[in-house]
Design a protein around this ligand. Sequence first.
Ligand SMILES: Cc1cc2nc3c(=O)[nH]c(=O)nc-3n(C[C@H](O)[C@H](O)[C@H](O)COP(=O)(O)O)c2cc1C
Length: 170
Amino acid sequence: MKIGIVYGTKRNAATAEIVGWMSEYLRSLGHSVVCEKPADFDQLDCDLYILGTAVYAFSAKRTGIAAFLRKHAEQIGARPTGLFVVCGSDPLDAGGADRGLKAALKKLFLDPDKYMASVARLLPTPPIGTTFFKGYQEPGDREKIDFESQKKRAAEWCDSLLAAGSPVGA
Ligand SMILES: Cc1cc2nc3c(=O)[nH]c(=O)nc-3n(C[C@H](O)[C@H](O)[C@H](O)COP(=O)(O)O)c2cc1C
């Protein structure tokens, strides 16, 4: 199967690493995988698209993924898609803030469902699977959130997309 991973990020950090895990895993299963940022992605003959975006400044749409989906709606809509969002994580938000403040900040800043919905609604057809990953703000935060523990989940999510996206009997 030819799989396109289109991922929006402004840094060479969490999102790029997660995409590296996915592509390594999918290639190990024998699939052909193309990974590019939205502005560079031009492989519009894929059997499955995995679309991902990082969240910055209260939005999941600052990484070029929205423009990509607008431009290629027809081709993307013709194939199954999986959508993932990389966003902030609890330990990084409010530090020692009290519970009320932490809850308020979480609602404002860390609302994964809102970020997911804002991108999902741009897809021409509903995604066959969605998931979140915890990102890290600073390189030093990577260990604090046990970032690496998400690697297995990334592979399992890819498996679920392959299962949901394959024609019956394939
Ligand atoms: C400048 C900046 C702004 C951010 N704003 C938000 C935010 O509003 N909400 C959120 O959930 N995460 C936010 N984050 C956390 C990022 O989603 C997280 O750092 C993620 O790892 C970013 O993807 P990247 O590592 O590929 O750059 C922000 C991170 C940075 C660096």
